[in-house]
Write a protein that binds this ligand. Structure first.
Ligand code: BES
Ligand code: MN
Ligand code: ZN
Length: 478
């Protein structure tokens, strides 16, 4: 899909809202449709007049301009792009007005994103691929004085969409092909070409680092674990570093606390946190953001075998703290314990964000729409919230009163890896806090947002790529 800043296209999209009324093209059609109550200009309403004798226009309702947001623009233009594909239209034009409360550049980014989102599918294993007829050219008629900004906006949307698609592809890939070594190599393949250094540690090197909690989880698999560190130095003049840590379970069977089959069949997505970090780093480097960022992933599989760790084990960790494993299915926090300690103590990051498909409890609390957040630093939390609003990706902070920590205090080890039935997302987050050593930190539980069992808005069924944009804007605006 190519974007051109001029008038053109075989079909024109005509925007209709309470403040915008089509002037020449579409006026007559709109009056006719309004009269018949066939099209009212409500948000996300689409009417196509495409036939040999038609006007070759698509009316797109935007509803009340006061209520228009960047995310609603993404959704509306995604819908139009899908409609255009249905009609096998290969070029389209639209005049982009200045909407009342929206920044013009962000408007262009959001509209471009909407178009681009329509391009994604994960169909590599389908014998009968869906028709891939594609929209080749999109003409934007933009305000003359904003042409420069519009070009930057399009570039940014292209970078973000490509990164999101990478994240989705990594998450959607099936576990027989996607195991720790493959994930680490994928990071290398997608990041090194952009000047990001990717260091990969094998099992022996992980043992030398003393990552005992991570290794305990990895023990049950015949596939070796990998620990990998992705270093982007966008601002060599600064010492400041932000660490992005992602959960990297390429499969989570639950281990001896084995999951029932219907909870296990999507557990190849349990590396979504790490895929989000890889996608975000790609976007950050491609956009040449002037910041220093270090991505960190402890990748392994949680399986059963004669050497697997067991419910009841007490394991060590890189930090020296010991952990009672009450449940082998609470494995993510064990791998993250060592990855976070590495971020705090070896990388000496100034700020840490971690992303993890950590708890089913988070899906119970917030569904698939919103990620749960836990923090030890309200200022960093505010930055994450601002970035997530720009991105159109919801985040909701959960309480972290110190009393909750009682629930994960160990009896025979320093900590236990589950805190009982209540407040599962909070106790999981507070467990992680034990390993950041007071570094400003925000944890995002993305168990619900990383993967959808049906398509929603511009998000497809399957991996969503959610939070790549949040990380990008967070780093960019820091
Ligand atoms: N990977 C799961 C969490 C999960 C569940 C992600 C559903 C996506 C969809 C995690 O490792 C897990 O199993 N958590 C347990 C923790 C419990 C044993 C304390 C859970 O949520 O049941
Ligand atoms: Mn688990
Ligand atoms: Zn898991």
């Amino acid at each position: 899909m190519k974007f051109l800043l001029e008038k053109g296209g075989s079909v024109e999209i005509v925007l209709v809202s309470n403040n915008i009324h089509p002037t020449e093209k579409g006026r007559e059609l709109l009056d006719f449709l309004k009269e018949k109550e066939l099209f009212k200009g409500k948000f996300n309403e689409v009417y196509s007049d495409i036939s040999p004798k038609g006007e070759n226009i698509i009316l797109l309702g935007l509803g009340d301009e006061e209520e228009l947001t960047l995310d609603s623009l993404r959704k509306a233009f995604y819908k139009v792009a899908k409609e255009l594909k249905k009609y096998k239209i290969d070029s389209v034009g639209v005049t982009i007005p200045k909407f009342k409360d929206l920044c013009y550049k962000s408007t262009v980014t959001a509209i471009t994103e909407g178009f681009l989102q329509s391009e994604y599918s994960f169909d590599k294993y389908l014998s009968d691929k869906k028709d891939k007829s594609s929209l080749e050219e999109v003409y934007f008629d933009v305000l003359e004085e904003k042409k420069e900004k519009a070009l930057e906006a399009i570039k940014e949307a292209e970078i973000l969409s490509e990164a999101i698609f990478l994240t989705r592809d990594l998450v959607n890939e099936r576990p027989m092909y996607m195991y720790p070594e493959v994930l680490a190599n994928a990071a290398k393949e997608n990041l090194e070409e952009l000047g990001i250094k990717v260091d990969i540690y094998n099992k022996k090197a992980i043992e030398e680092l003393g990552m005992k909690a991570f290794l305990a989880v990895a023990e049950g698999s015949s596939k070796e674990p990998r620990f990998f560190v992705m270093t982007y130095n966008g601002d060599p003049d600064s010492k400041e570093k932000i660490a992005l840590v992602g959960k990297g379970l390429t499969y989570d069977s639950g281990g001896y606390a084995i999951k029932p089959g219907d909870s296990m069949d999507t557990m190849f997505t349990d590396m979504a946190g790490s895929a989000t970090v890889i996608g975000a780093l790609r976007a950050i480097a491609k956009a040449k953001i002037k910041k220093n960022v270090v991505g960190i992933v402890a990748a392994c599989e949680n399986l059963i075998s004669g050497s697997a760790y067991k419910n009841g084990d007490i394991v060590g960790s890189m930090s020296g703290k010991t952990i009672e494993v009450l449940n082998t299915d609470a494995e993510g926090r064990l791998t993250l314990a060592d990855a976070l300690w590495y971020a705090a103590k070896e990388v000496k990051a100034d700020k840490i964000i971690d992303l993890a498909t950590l708890t089913g409890a988070c899906i119970v609390a917030l569904g698939n729409l919103t990620a749960g957040a836990i923090t030890n630093d309200e200022d960093l939390m505010d930055e994450v919230k601002k970035a997530s609003e720009l991105a159109g990706e919801y985040v909701w902070q959960l309480p972290s009163y110190p009393e909750y920590k009682e629930l994960i205090k160990g009896d025979f080890g320093d900590l236990k890896n589950t805190g009982g039935r209540g407040a599962g997302t909070i106790t999981a987050g507070l467990f992680l806090e034990e390993f950041v050593d007071k570094t400003p930190w925000v944890h995002l539980d993305i168990a619900g947002t990383a993967y959808g069992d049906k398509a929603k808005g511009y998000l497809p069924k399957g991996a969503t790529g959610a939070h790549v944009k949040t990380l990008y804007y967070l780093v960019k605006n820091m």
